[in-house]
Write a protein that binds this ligand. Structure first.
Ligand code: HEC
Length: 228
C-alpha cells in the first residue's frame, strides 16, 4: 500500500478504519504495521508520542522475516525422495562393466537421455538449496537409526546440526557446487566430464554424511526399543 493509503484492519471480526497509514506497506497476517497505524491515528497531534510510535512501527517492519520458506519434508525424506534418486540417475548414466561377453558400456545416447539427466542435475542443485532452509527436522519422531552404533540416531544428528549450522551450510553448498559441475558436463554432452563429476558427487555426499550421519563414534543414546 503506498504511503497515505487508507487501510482497514480486521481484528476479532470487527472492522477498524485505520485511516491514513504512514507506516509503509501493510501485509495480510502482519498486524504490527496496522497496530502502529491505529495508534498513530489515536495519538495524532501528540508529536512526541507519534515519533515514538513511528519508531516502534519501523522496528516491527525491520524484524519481519525476510524469507517465507517453510520446510515440509524431513532431511531423511529429502534424501529418499529427491536427492538420492537424482544422484543414482547421474551415477547410473555412465557405467562400464566387464562381463563374460566383454566390456559393456552404458552412456547417455539420445537427446532424451541428456535432457533427463539435466533434470536430475537441476534436482540435485535445488535439493541442496532446500537443505539450507533452517528449522527442517532431520527425521520423523518415530524414525530410528538403521545401524545403531554406526549411524547416529536422528536426535543426535539434529543436535550436531544445531551445534554446527555453519558446517552443515558448508557441506550443503558443496553439494550445490558439485551439482553445478554435473550440470556443466550434461550441457557439454561430455561423457568423460560426467564420469568425473559423478565421482565428485559421491564425495560431496560423503562430506556431509561422514560428519553428521556416521561420524565414526557410537551413538551415545541407548538403542531405541525395537532396534535390538
Ligand atoms: C548437508 C548434508 C547432507 C548432504 C550433502 C547429503 N546428505 Fe544424505 N543424509 C544426510 C543426513 C543427515 C542423513 C540421515 C537422515 C536420517 O535418516 O536420519 C542422510 C541420509 C541419507 C540417506 C538415507 C535415507 C534413509 O532412508 O534413511 C540416503 C540414501 C542419502 N542420505 C543419500 C545422499 C546422497 C546420494 C547425497 C549426495 C548426492 C547426500 N545424501 C547428500 C545429510 C546429507
Amino acid at each position: 500500500m503506498p504511503d497515505g493509503a487508507v487501510g482497514v484492519l480486521h481484528r476479532g471480526g470487527a472492522q477498524v478504519d485505520v485511516g491514513r497509514c504512514e507506516l509503509g506497506p501493510v501485509r495480510p497476517g502482519n498486524d504490527a504495521g496496522h497496530a502502529g497505524c491505529i495508534a498513530t491515528r489515536i495519538e495524532r497531534g501528540v508529536r512526541h508520542g507519534l515519533l515514538v510510535l513511528l519508531a516502534a512501527g519501523f522496528a516491527a517492519c525491520a524484524s519481519e522475516p525476510t524469507s517465507d520458506m517453510a520446510p515440509t519434508a524431513t532431511v531423511e525424506e529429502l534424501m529418499r525422495s529427491m536427492i538420492d534418486p537424482a544422484a543414482d540417475a547421474v551415477w547410473d548414466a555412465v557405467v562400464i562393466e566387464a562381463t563374460a561377453d566383454g566390456i559393456v558400456e552404458t552412456r547417455p545416447e539420445t537427446e532424451g537421455d541428456w535432457l533427463r539427466l539435466r533434470r536430475h542435475a537441476l534436482t540435485l542443485a535445488e535439493g541442496s538449496n532446500l537443505l539450507l532452509i533452517e528449522g527442517r527436522r532431520i527425521a520423523a519422531p518415530e524414525s530410528r537409526s538403521e545401524l545403531p552404533g554406526i549411524d547416529l540416531h536422528p536426535d543426535a544428528i539434529q543436535e550436531l546440526v544445531d551445534e554446527d549450522w555453519d558446517g552443515w551450510v558448508e557441506v550443503a553448498r558443496g553439494l550445490r557446487a558439485t551439482s553445478g559441475v554435473v550440470l556443466d558436463a550434461v550441457e557439454a554432452r561430455d561423457v568423460d566430464a560426467l564420469l568425473e563429476a559423478g565421482t565428485e558427487l559421491d564425495l560431496a555426499c560423503e562430506n556431509c554424511h561422514a560428519v553428521f550421519w556416521y561420524p565414526g563414534y557410537a551413538d551415545p543414546r541407548p538403542a531405541p526399543p525395537g532396534n535390538d
